[in-house]
Design a protein around this ligand. Structure first.
Ligand code: RUB
Length: 321
């Protein structure tokens, strides 16, 4: 029926699922933009153009399609919640406008938050520092970029980040900023920590207890950094705060296909063994020195205060049928 998600919504959902669109912040802005497209499409479609209730139902269906793509980055449901909670009006035209406005406001806020947290994170870095990165985080890169713009000379040791090698994306971005990059395999990280002044990672979700959910390998890196005495920060704008963890829920860790781990064709030779491919892990708060947000930096144990302030009203699901 015409209340079904628009082609652009389905395309965005597909791109998130296949990781063409990836990284928590990028997923969130793509989802908000897809809802704006849904609103435009539904304002034209026969079944919804003159029926506010049908229009609302089509928005909820689009949000559910986007929600079902990947489970771990809370920025995705937070984006959907932000837009749908601002959907208002008694005519389709008003509803459409409220969705488009909310979507634009969300994307603007996201960009501004990233810039602001970049300034905070940059203040933690000193001229001449070497940073180590894991995966590809636009929030983490914003901190390094702001430090470079402050005139600090920064170099980087970049972990390749098996199995999807998002480290290559990070390496390219840093090179473009003029940061000298050394790319290493993940298992070389501890050896190189002796040459590193600061570890900078991103987050897909932050739990109420200060646990940081980020790309698999982050927790091991954090433990090694602590053992080596190297400070580690997570750069995470507040859309990464996971409201459901306020009521005791845990964050779902995405399990991905074994084909990302063993090459096609290897299966037969390797025989009947189990291959598991968790995409994320949880770094306990005691191994993380600071959470850097657009509201300043926080010790992980105190992030719950900010979470209550921003998400105190709980985690309503305005996309429920
Ligand atoms: C990406 C990842 C990133 C966070 C933060 O995992 O773990 O560190 O999403 O990114 P994947 P950002 O590649 O599986 O999506 O700071 O850009 O939101």
């Amino acid at each position: 029926t015409d209340t079904e998600p628009s082609p652009a919504v389905r395309e965005t959902a597909e791109s998130i699922a296949t990781m063409e669109i990836r990284g928590a912040a990028t997923i969130a802005s793509a989802a908000a933009e897809a809802l704006a497209d849904q609103a435009a499409a539904a304002a034209e479609a026969d079944a919804t153009a003159s029926d506010p209730e049908a229009f609302r139902a089509s928005m909820r269906a689009a949000a559910r399609t986007l929600r079902e793509t990947r489970p771990t980055a809370v920025s995705l449901p937070n984006a959907l919640r932000y837009v749908l909670q601002r959907m208002e009006g008694d005519s389709v035209d008003r509803l459409r406008r409220s969705v488009v406005d909310a979507s634009e406001a969300f994307v603007d806020q996201l960009d501004r938050a990233q810039e602001d947290l970049g300034q905070v994170g940059a203040n933690r870095l000193a001229d001449g520092d070497t940073v180590m990165t894991h995966c590809h985080s636009t929030d983490a890169l914003a901190c390094i970029e702001a430090a470079v713009e402050q005139g600090k000379s920064i170099s980087a040791v970049v972990k390749e980040t098996r199995p999807r090698q998002q480290g290559h994306i990070t390496a390219e971005a840093l090179r473009d900023m003029g940061v000298p990059v050394t790319l290493i395999v993940d298992s070389a990280a501890r050896r190189y920590l002796d040459e590193v002044d600061h570890v900078v990672v991103g987050a897909d979700s932050i739990a109420a207890d200060g646990g940081v959910i980020n790309k698999i390998g982050t927790s091991g890196l954090a433990v090694n950094a602590r053992e080596r005495g190297v400070p580690i920060m997570t750069a995470a704008q507040t859309i990464k705060l996971h409201p459901e963890t306020l009521t005791g829920h845990t964050v779902e860790i995405e399990m991905r296909s074994e084909e990302e781990v063993i090459e096609p064709g290897t299966r037969e030779a390797i025989g009947e063994i189990t291959v598991e491919n968790p995409a994320f892990d949880v770094t306990p708060p005691r191994y993380m020195d600071a959470i850097v947000t657009e509201h300043g930096q926080f010790p992980p144990e105190s992030i719950v205060t900010l979470m209550r302030e921003l998400f105190g009203e709980g985690a309503a699901e305005p996309w429920a049928e």
